[in-house]
Design a protein around this ligand. Structure first.
Ligand SMILES: [Zn+2]
Ligand SMILES: [Zn+2]
Length: 134
């Protein structure tokens, strides 16, 4: 069982590694703002395979591609943990850096190359999408 959570430990989640669909780097502007970094490295997991406590607060926003994005973070320490999209209810996105042990994570692609910054360029060894993968 893989486990993770926020910096202060109030938000906690777990899932089985075998249920992970894939992982990737998102260089969209919103992920840059929400993480304070050049990209968010995200794990894709089916909603039904993720157990997470309800401590997190959600900030909802229209995403860069027009979808309704919900970004979950700890209201006490501010760590971004989870996001999900109204239009894709069966899918959850977990920030890879929030895992307790993440050495097994293998990013398989990059998205939103159009907004990648010079100081955090896309990984050219991976498949790369201009925007979101379809
Ligand atoms: Zn916290
Ligand atoms: Zn993004």
């Amino acid at each position: 069982m893989e486990t993770g959570g926020c910096l202060c430990g109030k938000v906690r989640y777990q899932f089985e590694r075998e249920n992970v669909i894939s992982a990737g780097h998102c260089h969209c502007i919103d992920c840059q703002k929400a993480t304070g970094s050049g990209k968010a490295t995200i794990i894709f997991i089916p909603t039904k395979s993720l157990q997470i406590n309800k401590y997190f607060k959600v900030y909802s926003v229209i995403g860069t591609d027009g979808t309704n994005v919900h970004r979950g973070f700890c209201p006490d320490c501010g760590s971004p943990i989870i996001s999900y999209v109204t239009e894709q209810p069966d899918l959850r996105f977990i920030k890879a850096g929030s895992l307790d042990e993440s050495s097994w994570v293998k990013a398989e692609s990059s998205f939103w190359r159009v907004s990648a910054k010079n100081w955090d360029p896309v990984n050219k060894t991976l498949p790369c999408f201009e925007q979101n993968p379809k």
